[in-house]
Design a protein around this ligand. Structure first.
Ligand SMILES: [Fe+2]
Ligand SMILES: [Fe+2]
Length: 183
């Protein structure tokens, strides 16, 4: 009798279908990959003397890590195991700062597509709690795509204008100071 109580209490019943669990774990991997990628971009900017860009991209890298952790928390709340996968090294080789932001935009577009696919799957699987969780990510992607698209467009407009580039780098560097003040 006590054994039954013990077993039922500790029995872990995943509350998401296997296919949704797998897709969420894959998304976690994509968020970590995105974090790695922003870290690589930040480092490229740092050694090319764009400290503002480097700082902006480092904060972005930390945000992607937060996204992975947010999905992890959701999986665990639903009694589902976290299945960590190897994180692919960023492959992109940049030669200019505008290239970095163009690549960041492509990466955000790919993440948005992946989140949309995940949402569609959760809908098909009637994973309603996952739908609610994923709505946050859909809004976040709209925001991130817009922000990165704006920055990429500014770099495109400036081309090689040195004083414009210095100003833009300074504007991007202000992000860390603003966010530190807000927290
Ligand atoms: Fe993300
Ligand atoms: Fe992102």
């Amino acid at each position: 009798m006590l054994d039954d109580v013990f077993n039922s209490f500790f029995k872990i019943e995943p509350m998401l279908s296997e296919v949704v669990q797998k897709a969420l774990n894959d998304q976690i991997n994509m968020e970590f990959r995105s974090s790695y990628s922003y870290l690589a971009m930040s480092s490229f900017c740092a050694i090319h003397n764009f400290p503002g860009c480097a700082s902006w991209l480092q904060i972005q890298s930390e945000e992607e890590n937060d996204h992975a952790m947010r999905l992890r928390a959701f999986l665990l709340d639903r009694n589902c195991p976290l299945v960590l996968q190897p994180i692919e090294a960023p492959s992109a080789k940049y030669t200019t700062i505008p290239e970095v932001f163009a690549a960041a935009l492509q990466s955000e577009i790919a993440v948005s597509q992946s989140i949309d696919n995940l949402y569609e799957l959760a809908h098909k699987e009637k994973a309603f709690a996952a739908l609610v969780e994923l709505q946050w990510f859909i809004s976040e992607q709209v925001e991130e795509e817009k922000t990165v698209r704006d920055i990429a467009a500014k770099f495109e407009m400036l081309k090689d204008d040195p004083s414009g580039l210095i100003d833009l780098d300074g504007d991007l560097g202000a992000r860390s100071a603003e966010e530190a003040a807000a927290n």
